[in-house]
Design a protein around this ligand. Structure first.
Ligand code: PEP
Ligand code: MN
Length: 284
């Protein structure tokens, strides 16, 4: 088994391919910059479909959509939970785009494994080593968010809990850390991208949405992420952000997302890569 902590002399990143039939596979960490976009939480099949069609037309290659949400306030919307499985499956299958969704408990692996292409581990669970080891045995790619209080070294060591079980398909995601700065929800630590890439061959993407906390900051942070060498983005988009049941303040509407992709494209190209285009995703 290749050791993903060994950075080879050739191409430094070992690409991770995600997406099971009927989905068109997408590679993260190759020459194409992968933009993953969708709502914080799936709220309805219709809303999710609207966002999915819009982000695909704009250039996203994979979808995000939370089903189980870990909310600080227990009275906040917790996601559709099991009731969201059908909408997630229907939209992902119809769009033929890989779906990234967070799981919070190993018991969710089995019911979600045939329609969730990438299991996301959220910032709160980065230190949940039993969950990580279980995902290491689950035969599905994992998107591992950095804990908001974790060093880069702790984050990479968390990834080792997955890879040590035989699953090397791990994508790291920087999403901001907690600092004394109150102007944003978290401080996006872009230094983490080149630092992580020096010590691991795993792809590293950036989530500008959860760091920003406000939609006006998402595109500038996304541009910086591309410039610093990230392998892609994870962006929250909602068809009507002001009515979103979670993270509306940091969610882009479809027009703002199109603008983000337009602005990020020349920066990605300046770093010798291309933005994964909708043409790389077969239509129905
Ligand atoms: C999310 O992606 O919706 C999420 C909850 O992210 P994080 O775990 O980084 O806060
Ligand atoms: Mn969110």
């Amino acid at each position: 088994m290749p050791n993903p902590r060994e950075v080879p002399d050739g191409p430094r990143t070992r690409p991770v391919t995600v997406g099971l039939a009927p989905v068109a596979p997408v590679t993260i960490g190759g020459d194409a910059f992968a933009i993953i976009a969708g709502p914080c939480a799936i709220e309805s099949a219709d809303g999710f479909r609207t966002v999915a069609e819009g982000v695909r037309a704009a250039g996203a290659v994979a979808l995000r959509g939370g089903i189980f949400k870990l909310r600080t306030d227990r009275l906040s919307f917790q996601g559709l939970r099991e009731a969201g499985y059908e909408a997630a499956r229907a939209v992902r299958d119809a769009m033929r785009m890989p779906l990234v969704s967070e799981l919070t408990d190993p018991r969710q692996i089995e019911p979600m494994r045939d329609f969730v292409d990438v299991f996301q581990v959220g910032t709160r669970n980065m230190f949940n080593y039993d969950l990580l080891a279980e995902l290491g045995r689950a035969d599905r790619p994992v998107l591992l968010k950095r804990g908001f209080g974790a060093t880069v070294d702790e984050w990479l060591k968390a990834a080792d809990y997955v890879t040590a079980e035989g699953n090397c398909d791990v994508v790291l995601c920087e999403r901001g850390i907690r600092t004394f700065e109150p102007g944003t929800r978290a401080t996006l630590d872009l230094t983490a991208v080149p630092i992580a890439k020096r010590s691991t061959a795993l792809p590293v993407i950036v989530d500008p949405s959860h760091a920003a906390g406000h939609r006006t900051l998402v595109t500038p942070l996304a541009l910086a992420a591309a410039a610093v060498g990230a392998d892609g983005l994870l962006v929250e988009v909602h068809e009507r952000p002001d009515e979103a049941q979670s993270d509306g303040a940091q969610s882009l509407d479809l027009a703002a997302f199109r603008d983000l992709v337009e602005q990020v494209t020349p920066i990605v190209e300046a770093t010798g890569r291309t933005v994964g285009t909708p043409s790389s995703v077969p239509s129905r």
